[in-house]
Write a protein that binds this ligand. Structure first.
Ligand SMILES: Cc1cc2nc3c(=O)[nH]c(=O)nc-3n(C[C@H](O)[C@H](O)[C@H](O)COP(=O)(O)OP(=O)(O)OC[C@H]3O[C@@H](n4cnc5c(N)ncnc54)[C@H](O)[C@@H]3O)c2cc1C
Length: 511
């Protein structure tokens, strides 16, 4: 029984979360912890027969903050979820230009100041068509940690820290968070919602279930996945597809064997294929792999065959899972007495593994707003504007990968490059960069709408080799850095980091 406060609160007394996928349990854990001293009852209903989507194994550094906020140590949750560290994402085969056929999108930290300044300096000069080295790979410690299969957690006392994220088994993470939430006071109901009930003013009043009759609540959180049962189907909030920006609408997933004899990889690899791209995610007991593609350009059998060939699993008896993706976002996520969080609110294809980051952002923003100001028109408008801007900002960054591709092997890549449906913000970024203008100022102007840091934008533009041909020699008095200098600087930090496999094995030994 949790202690209660009798102080007046804006938080509704009875909250029902519908859906027990990763989002449902992340939201439950967040609210249970944040409101542990408040007079609020949290209930989560999930349907065993419908099940969860069961994919979603990559994350962003925001996930660290999630576990920190719940006060859960890595040594506790990581072994239970077969989790590994993620230093960043490598993108092979998106561009064809010599020297730029692969690049790495690092997670960095403020301690990377020197490298960031050096990289910006070189990339800016190269965008002005001076012949200086401008591939991001050499400038960031995190790339060297990944390529040497090191853990991003330094083993000695050092000033240098880099940010990082995790890979994990989505089902095991759901299970872990369910146990945590239940231990922290969330009531778990296993049942299927057959009907959503509404009161006269249009609010949701309860749900009708197969076995537990009617469950009433004051506030509802829609975590029902792509079905958007409450937000779209019941409240009629429009779903805005991103189809004209992002063509991919399907995926096929396959696990493969991981051989740890040569160490444990610490990066996601997102390799471009003929009609999309494939992810390769290392867990402690297997690789998670999948091909994200557009059904307008290929079909499920050809996609599965291409993925199997990539993995050398043509004749293996491993079953593939085929998934349809609803890509886009609900016009608003908070409507009346219901907020949608997770796939129900929207989804941007998983190229930058941002879905759970948005879940976390939405849950935190919503919880703080509800607590401080209640369920008012203003609260809803503020949260909806912020969340929509995050969605559109991530969409822009993800779309930029497609826009910058230089492949010509299939119609898919040509069409993506030609796509005229790009946001004004993206158009300006490209225009400024192509002319060798002041990109940093442009990015600062867009700061309120950008989800990704200026360095991430420099990384993608430079890493995919978006430069003019025949660069000139820089003037003698211009300062820049050689590839060797950049690499030596980055490498000078990596001795302080342990082997990834060793660090993960150490976690399992810790009681
Ligand atoms: C191919 C692919 C790759 C992805 N990769 C990543 C990644 O690398 N990183 C990342 O962050 N995200 C990724 N995602 C997204 C990630 O999978 C989801 O964000 C995450 O799993 C959360 O999903 P969810 O909980 O919103 O929905 P779901 O997992 O679909 O859960 C929905 C829940 O609602 C319940 N439910 C539905 N209807 C009812 C009903 N009528 N009654 C009762 N319960 C009901 C279901 O039983 C289930 O419990 C990926 C998604 C796809 C499609």
């Amino acid at each position: 029984m949790k202690p209660m406060t009798s102080q007046p609160t804006n938080i509704p007394k009875n909250i029902l979360i519908v859906g027990g996928g990763t989002s449902g349990w992340m939201v439950a854990a967040t609210l249970a912890r944040q409101w542990k001293d408040k007079d609020v009852s949290l209930k989560l209903i999930e349907s065993e027969s419908i099940g969860t989507i069961g994919v979603g194994e990559g994350s962003t550094p925001k996930m660290r903050r999630f576990f920190d906020s719940l006060n859960i140590d890595e040594r506790e949750w990581m072994p239970k979820c077969n989790a590994t560290y993620k230093c960043g994402i490598r993108f092979p085969s998106w561009a064809t230009r010599e020297g730029f056929k692969s690049y790495y999108h690092p997670f960095f930290s403020q301690k990377d100041d020197t490298s960031i300044r050096a990289f910006h300096q070189n990339a800016t000069l190269r965008s002005k068509n001076f012949n200086v080295y401008a591939h991001p790979d050499s400038f960031f410690v995190s790339n060297f940690l990944a390529s040497e299969k090191l853990a991003p957690t330094p083993d000695k006392k050092t000033d240098y820290h880099t940010d990082y994220a995790y890979h994990f088994d989505a089902s095991l993470l759901g299970e872990f968070l369910r146990n945590f939430s239940v231990q922290n006071g969330v009531t778990h109901v296993s049942d299927t919602v057959s009907e959503v009930l509404r009161s006269e003013n249009g609010d949701i009043s309860g749900v009708e279930t197969d076995q537990h009759g009617t469950i009433d609540a004051d506030f509802f959180i829609d975590c029902t996945g792509f079905s958007g049962l409450l937000i779209n189907k019941t409240l009629g909030v429009e779903f805005l597809p991103y189809k004209k920006f992002l063509y991919n609408d399907s995926a096929v997933a396959l696990p493969s064997h991981i051989n740890l004899d040569k160490g444990l990889p610490a990066q996601t690899v997102s390799k471009a294929l003929k009609n999309g791209w494939m992810w390769n995610i290392p867990l402690t007991n297997r690789f998670g792999n999948g091909y994200v593609y557009s059904s307008d350009f290929t079909d499920r059998n050809s996609a599965e065959e291409e993925l199997r060939k990539q993995l050398g699993l043509m004749d293996a008896a491993v079953e593939a899972r085929h998934l349809k993706m609803r890509v886009g976002r609900s016009a608003v996520c908070w409507e009346k007495n219901c907020i949608a969080i997770g796939l129900s609110q929207g989804f941007i294809e998983p190229l930058e593994a941002t879905a759970l980051m948005i879940v976390q952002d939405t849950a935190e923003t919503f919880a703080n707003k509800l607590e401080s100001s209640g369920n008012t028109d203003n609260s809803r408008a503020e949260v909806n504007t912020k969340v929509n801007s995050i969605f559109d900002g991530v969409r822009n960054y993800v779309q930029m990968h497609y826009k910058l591709n230089t492949r010509s092997d299939t119609e898919y890549w040509l069409e993506n490059r030609k796509n005229v449906h790009i946001s004004d913000d993206m158009e300006k970024i490209l225009r400024v960069w192509d002319k060798g203008g002041d990109l940093l100022s442009e990015l600062r102007n867009q700061a309120s709408r950008l989800v990704y840091s200026p360095t991430s934008w420099y990384c993608i533009l430079a890493g995919m080799g978006r430069f003019r041909n025949k660069p000139k020699r820089p003037k003698a008095n211009v300062q820049y850095y050689s590839k060797k200098q950049a690499e030596e600087h980055s490498r000078s930090f990596i001795q302080q980091f342990p082997s990834h496999l060793g660090a993960i094995q150490e976690h399992s030994k810790t009681p």
